[in-house]
Design a protein around this ligand. Structure first.
Ligand SMILES: [Zn+2]
Length: 345
């Protein structure tokens, strides 16, 4: 036979049946204790008008009390099933709670960002060529493990290298411009704080973020009209700049930037190119200034005052004329003071 407990205060009953964590520790601890000792489904509420004890507390005459059905038999709904009792299975309303009993709880929103792990650790590479090769090998391994028609070619094909580069472009864009890509996919305007808003980006058919640009009518290739946007502070972009710089034979900043912009656009890319060229060893070698040589002491005769051609130097030249088989000897006298030259043939 199930046991039911009837409470007289509605908010108290609802409180026991509900979540106690919103209350101050004093109330919370007691409610939790009651919830441990009894099942909330056992609790019911008796409204004031159905409470026989209220007849006495409010005052009544013995004659009236003797004839009162409520006093002798209790509330009429007690004879019904518990499901028909009043205020059962009802949520507590905020207005029914005393604000002093509630605990103030500040909510903190924590944004958890999940960093995607790439197949290959890019930080271990100093050359884009090697990175793309390794990525292509990894892709081939994954494909061979999945499909029946395995590629047993000993060499990496150009398509595989292109796929690897496409993978990295997409990966880098999702890493740095995921908010912009999501906004564009929803056909919404980019936020003003976006670094690339001024470039008017759009998602191309290959799902890469590209510049709309103003060269739509120009007689240029697609990559030049709509270059792929790449972030500046990114290892992949650095490797890409190095590759383009080497591809054009270690040319200067402007030439490297022009070469890059044939396919890619890096916001504030000039600074990145300058940095890469500054640390390029080959460029350093070619741009190095020759070492200065210290001049020796001048001879005494040259710095002592004397008439012209008193102290001279001689330069003897012998020329052979092969066609006429002749020998031409010339002698030149050089004054060490006034630096004038007199030929003697
Ligand atoms: Zn260089």
């Amino acid at each position: 036979m199930p046991i039911y407990i009837i409470g007289l205060i509605l908010s108290f009953v609802l409180l026991i049946c509900g979540d106690s964590s919103a209350f101050k520790p004093y109330i919370k601890n007691r409610v939790q204790e009651i919830q441990l000792l009894s099942d909330p489904s056992q609790w019911g509420h008796c409204p004031g008008k159905d409470n026989p004890a209220d007849l006495i507390s409010r005052g009544t005459s013995p004659v009236k009390l003797a004839q009162n059905e409520l006093w002798w038999h209790g509330p009429p709904w007690l004879k019904l099933a518990p499901d028909h009792w009043p205020n059962r299975q009802r949520d507590i309303l905020d207005s029914e709670l005393c604000s002093e009993e509630l605990e103030y709880r500040s909510s903190v929103h924590v944004a958890v960002t999940q960093q995607r792990e790439s197949l290959v650790d890019i930080n271990r590479f100093s050359s884009l060529k090697k990175l793309l090769k390794v990525t292509a090998w990894v892709f081939r391994f994954v494909n061979n493990a999945r499909i029946v028609n395995k590629s047993m070619n000993f060499y990496i094909t150009a398509d595989e290298i292109q796929n690897a580069e496409y993978f990295w472009l997409k990966y880098v864009q999702y890493e740095f411009y995921s908010a912009e890509i999501l906004t564009l996919k929803r056909n919404e305007q980019l936020r003003c704080s976006s670094e690339i808003k001024s470039l008017v980006p759009y998602l191309g058919e290959d799902n890469l973020l590209r510049i709309t640009g103003r060269l739509l009518e120009a007689d240029l290739c697609f990559g030049e009209k709509h270059p792929v946007i790449l972030p500046r502070h990114c290892k992949f972009t650095e490797l890409l700049v190095i590759r383009e710089h080497e591809r054009i034979g270690h040319c200067g900043v402007s030439a490297t930037l022009t070469q890059l912009r044939k396919n890619y656009w890096i916001p504030k890319g000039r600074q990145l190119v300058k940095t890469i060229i500054r640390i390029c060893l080959i460029c350093k070698k070619y741009n190095a200034k020759p070492a200065d040589q210290l001049s020796g002491q001048l001879p005494r005769d040259r710095i002592t005052q004397s008439p012209p051609f008193q102290i001279v130097g001689m330069i003897l030249q012998v020329q052979y004329l092969l066609r006429t088989i002749k020998r031409l000897i010339s002698l030149m006298f050089l004054c060490l003071h006034v630096r004038s030259l007199v030929p003697y043939t």
